[in-house]
Design a protein around this ligand. Structure first.
Ligand SMILES: [Zn+2]
Ligand SMILES: [Zn+2]
Ligand SMILES: [Zn+2]
Ligand SMILES: [Zn+2]
Length: 211
């Protein structure tokens, strides 16, 4: 008997709760990813400047601009140290920035990153959402730097491979030299060389002079 009387009250309560969750949704990860930058307090897409309104992917209830890849829709590593993904910081009309991101590997597979002559990309990434380019030299440096604190040979091989794919075919004189060093480094890892030794080989050669 009591439950019947309680029912409208409960419903009211539930509606209130849903409303307050809606209000907070701007600051919460829409897909409930505990490792989302928003939840880590390291959001790169929800900074002080704000992001551009997006009625394409971001209007979808199951897409989070902060932690999902624009290309495959799967989770990306978030936070300031994430170098396996690339985020577009292009400032767009209206003052906000794009803020969409993708896995580097997805961008490379889709021919939206690296050296892609048809798109005029040289060690760059082009955002599929806003068509702006992002320089990937910083990513190359961070991928090579990852050898300093990684003891996993699989990760090291993968990171070196990703760096090589970004710069392979470049017209940049300084980076051409690095292509050769990277190929050597990958071979050394295959043959069982110590990660430290490989890092030392690459150290000092990873700064790509702009010319
Ligand atoms: Zn998220
Ligand atoms: Zn979007
Ligand atoms: Zn992806
Ligand atoms: Zn963009």
């Amino acid at each position: 008997m009591a439950s019947v009387i309680d029912e409208p009250l409960k419903r009211q309560h539930r509606q209130k709760r849903i409303a307050s969750e809606d209000e907070k949704s701007v600051l919460q990860c829409k897909v409930g990813n505990p490792n989302c930058g928003i939840n880590l307090g390291e959001s790169l897409a929800q900074g002080a400047i704000g992001v551009m309104p997006c009625d394409v992917c971001c209007a979808e209830p199951d897409f989070c601009r902060e932690c999902l890849c624009l290309l495959c829709g799967k989770k990306m590593r978030c936070g300031f140290n994430a170098y396996t993904s690339v985020r577009c910081f292009a400032r767009l009309s209206g003052g906000g920035f794009c803020g969409h991101a993708a896995h580097l590997m997805c961008a490379l597979e889709c021919q939206l990153a690296g050296v892609v002559k048809q798109l005029g990309l040289d060690m760059e990434y082009v955002c599929r959402r806003c068509d702006s380019k992002t320089d990937l030299r910083g990513h190359v440096v961070r991928l090579l730097d990852s050898l300093r604190y990684s003891s996993c040979r699989f990760t090291v091989e993968k990171n070196l491979g990703t760096a090589l794919r970004i710069i392979q075919g470049t017209e940049d004189g300084g980076a051409k030299c690095l292509v050769h060093h990277l190929q050597t480094a990958i071979q050394m890892i295959w043959k069982g060389s110590d990660i430290r030794v490989v890092y030392d080989l690459l150290d000092g050669k990873k700064e790509i002079p702009a010319d």
